[in-house]
Design a protein around this ligand. Structure first.
Ligand code: ARG
Ligand code: GLU
Length: 715
């Protein structure tokens, strides 16, 4: 009896998470949930200095950049700072052979030189409000998932239409805790955002794929933009008459640097996490889905690399694609290893044991939650084959450019069949632009070989029902190689001008030509097979899982009352906090928490694609010309801390105990990428570039003193 009690107690201690560093917290709840702990950990300001709707606070300096990254205001003239990889698309769009801003960097030495970026926007959060009771009105457990969603959508529409806001503001309502709560955000979105500065990629993406997700790191991953507003400081479409935005708040910058144990916060827009899954769900990710996706991407990357090392033009064409495929490929490998090493599944199982003990001891809980875990397991098990087929489809089909080309021509056919001719012309111009973009980054021979490799997997790894019948039939008396050769040789889709010229044909003729193309037919058959044999079953099962998971999250919040809960990331504004510290990736290995420019020179490989260093940077290093940004003859570059971050937190400010800007978040360490599923404070670290390195590059390397002069720097 006693032994049992002790085991239960031990289990409880281990499984009720108490790590202070874990969590992506809602800024308006910091005062209630976190302030005390944050102060204990070293914070010197108040929660109301971070989020306040009655006066300016730190949150007024934080923006979502384009919905995929974070940026922060660092001057009273609307200057914002984000990562190089967040601004990369804009940098790439302005680059040409004559103005290669990727290679040489870009600096606006006055505001007239700043470059506009159609489509890029930043959103400020004005206020956040709990609207759960209005949105979940008339919701009960008897509703089907579909009825429930319809009611919620109606409630959202009603609240949105009656909500008081200014004309230049938007209202967004989002589910939290898997749909157990809803929050409303008033936002202001500025659409005139101009490029101000970016270092050369040899600084902004130093170390490229080899160093990606890795510590020790030496990347100056930053770029700068400026927000422009109309004469009333309100959002406006691009206009040469717009003026630099005057922020409610700009961050102060501290040159003091960080030491081990110092308190830090990261304030931004994390994209997606899954912290409340069952052990069974994690097991599937670790054993089935991650490995499948890793294997497919391994094939793709290997093939692309083979072409890229031989041919400079292909290297340029495929660089961005390669980097993005590689990014998740590497992350998933770290995730699988991290889940293994941190014993994530056993930890969840232990937690489930306690969950069940508590649930069974309480008749009401037993009634509502007693069967949740086995039901979840059954639902996941039922969905296993479909979820895997979905991963195969999503990982394979969009990687074959001829399928993307076929999909775009299918859009053109669909456009042509719509009534409004004028609008069709407009939308077909978009389709043609899309085709042009695809062809710019396309090599027919590489694509053909990718087709052979990936279609072999598509056919051989999946059960017959998920495979396109047209393809299976063709393979009865053809090898996949012969089939690929025939189709790529005969297809009209392999050359941009073919399609462009066909656009002058009548709609009917265009349709006849395209639909008689075998590659086009194959694309149609593959997507039809997916939407008939996989998607409906997957969606049905996933609905069931969502419903059960929503109950499971609710149950966990009731049953583990002693635990503080934070909602999973969903691209809304969050604050995470933790202390600066190194970590031990493996037995006998210990990582320090800071890197310096000496490490850049250690990694330096002249002429290398990843590790070359600009001569000017070498000169500054050798002269130790670090200005006010160096310490004791060394220039700090990056540092790590135990802040709980994820994709979307790129570009987020790293703040010190006083809320001053000390760094810029841009990555996590490889061993800790499982933090999206199972945060573990012993090994999960976020990587930040030291603000002193950023300023050193702007000031000493680029000589953009005009930008330094705008900032408020605390020495
Ligand atoms: N791993 C970081 C993130 O998830 C940085 C990616 C950009 N850098 C790169 N070498 N691909 O976005
Ligand atoms: N590089 C990531 C991003 O673009 C941040 C790294 C992470 O996933 O934590 O948001």
């Amino acid at each position: 009896m006693k032994k049992q009690f002790i085991t239960a107690l031990l289990l409880l201690v281990c499984s009720v998470k108490s790590f202070a560093d874990e969590g992506m917290w809602l800024p308006q709840l910091l005062q209630t949930l976190n302030e005390k702990e944050m102060k204990k950990m070293g914070m010197k300001i108040k929660a109301s200095d971070i989020y306040n709707i009655n006066k300016s606070s730190l949150k007024d300096a934080i923006v979502s950049l384009g919905g995929f990254c974070t940026a922060e205001v660092i001057s009273n003239e609307g200057l914002i700072l984000t990562n190089h990889h967040c601004g990369f698309d804009a940098i790439q769009n302005h680059s040409s052979i004559e103005h290669n801003y990727i290679q040489n960097g870009f600096w606006a030495y006055n505001k007239n030189e700043e470059l506009q970026n159609p489509g890029l926007f930043v959103s400020f959060i004005v206020s956040i409000e709990d609207v759960s009771s209005s949105i979940l009105k008339n919701i009960n457990s008897k509703l089907s998932e579909k009825e429930r969603q319809t009611t919620i959508d109606q409630n959202i529409a009603t609240l949105k239409s009656s909500y008081k806001k200014n004309s230049y503001q938007d209202v967004i309502i989002r589910p939290f805790f898997d749909g157990n709560a809803y929050y409303l955000f008033v936002t202001e979105t500025y659409k005139d955002v101009r490029l101000v500065g970016a270092p050369p990629a040899s600084i902004g993406n130093f170390g490229k794929d080899t160093d990606n997700w890795m510590w020790p790191r030496h990347t100056g991953d930053f770029s700068m933009f400026r927000i422009y507003a109309d004469k009333d400081n309100h959002p406006a479409a691009y206009s040469p008459n717009n003026i630099p935005y005057t922020p409610k708040r700009a961050l102060n910058i501290s040159l003091k640097g960080m030491k081990a144990g110092d308190f830090t916060m990261v304030f931004g827009f994390p994209g997606k996490t899954n912290e409340y899954l069952s052990a069974y769900a994690i097991q599937q990710i670790k054993d089935i889905y991650d490995p499948a996706k890793i294997n497919i991407r391994h094939d793709i990357l290997e093939l692309m690399k083979r072409f890229m090392v031989k041919d400079e033009a292909i290297k340029i064409k495929y660089a961005a694609k390669y980097a993005s495929i590689e990014n998740a490929y590497k992350k998933w490998q770290g995730e699988v290893l991290g889940l293994q090493k941190s014993n994530a599944i056993q930890k969840k199982k232990d937690r489930e044991t306690i969950f069940l003990q508590r649930v069974n001891a309480n008749p009401a809980w037993k009634e509502s939650y007693g069967q949740l875990l086995p039901q979840l397991e059954a639902a996941y098990e039922l969905n296993k084959a479909y979820a895997l087929q979905r991963d195969y489809y999503n990982e394979i089909i969009p990687r074959i450019e001829l399928f993307n080309i076929a999909a775009t021509t299918a859009n053109i056919i669909a456009e042509n069949e719509k009534k409004d001719a004028a609008a069709n012309i407009d939308r077909n111009k978009k389709n043609l632009d899309r085709l042009e973009d695809i062809f710019k980054e396309y090599d027919p021979e590489l694509d053909r070989q990718l087709f052979i490799k990936l279609m072999s997997r598509y056919v051989n790894d999946q059960n017959a029902a998920a495979v396109s019948p047209m393809l299976s039939n063709a393979l009865i008396n053809h090898s996949i190689e012969d089939l690929a050769n025939e189709m790529y040789t005969a297809s009209v889709l392999t050359v941009y001008d073919n399609i462009k010229n066909m656009m002058t044909m009548s709609a009917n003729e265009f349709k006849t030509r395209i639909t008689s193309d075998t590659l086009f037919q194959l694309y149609v058959d593959i997507s039809k097979t997916y939407s008939q044999q996989v998607a409906p079953f997957y969606n049905k099962n996933q609905n069931e899982i969502n419903q059960l998971q929503r109950s499971y999250v609710k149950a966990q919040m009731e049953v583990f009352k002693e635990q503080k809960f934070y909602p999973d990331a969903n691209s809304t504004l969050r604050l995470t906090y933790g202390n600066v510290m190194g970590y031990q990736p493996r037995d006998g290995m210990k990582y320090d928490y800071y890197t310096y420019m000496d490490g850049i020179m250690e990694k330096y490989k002249p002429g290398d694609y990843e590790f070359d260093v600009p001569q000017k940077l070498i000169d500054l290093y050798q002269a130790k010309d670090f200005g006010p940004y160096g310490v004791n003859g060394k220039q700090p570059v990056c540092f790590i801390a135990a802040n709980h971050t994820t994709g979307g937190n790129s570009g987020s400010p790293a703040l010190d105990a006083y809320g001053n800007l000390v760094g810029l978040n841009f990555d996590r360490v490889w061993e800790g990428t499982m933090s999206d599923i199972n945060y573990d404070a012993t090994i999960c670290r976020n990587i930040m570039v030291d603000i002193r390195y950023v300023l050193f590059i702007i000031d000493k390397f680029a000589g953009a003193k005009n930008l330094i002069a705008e900032m408020k720097i605390i020495k």
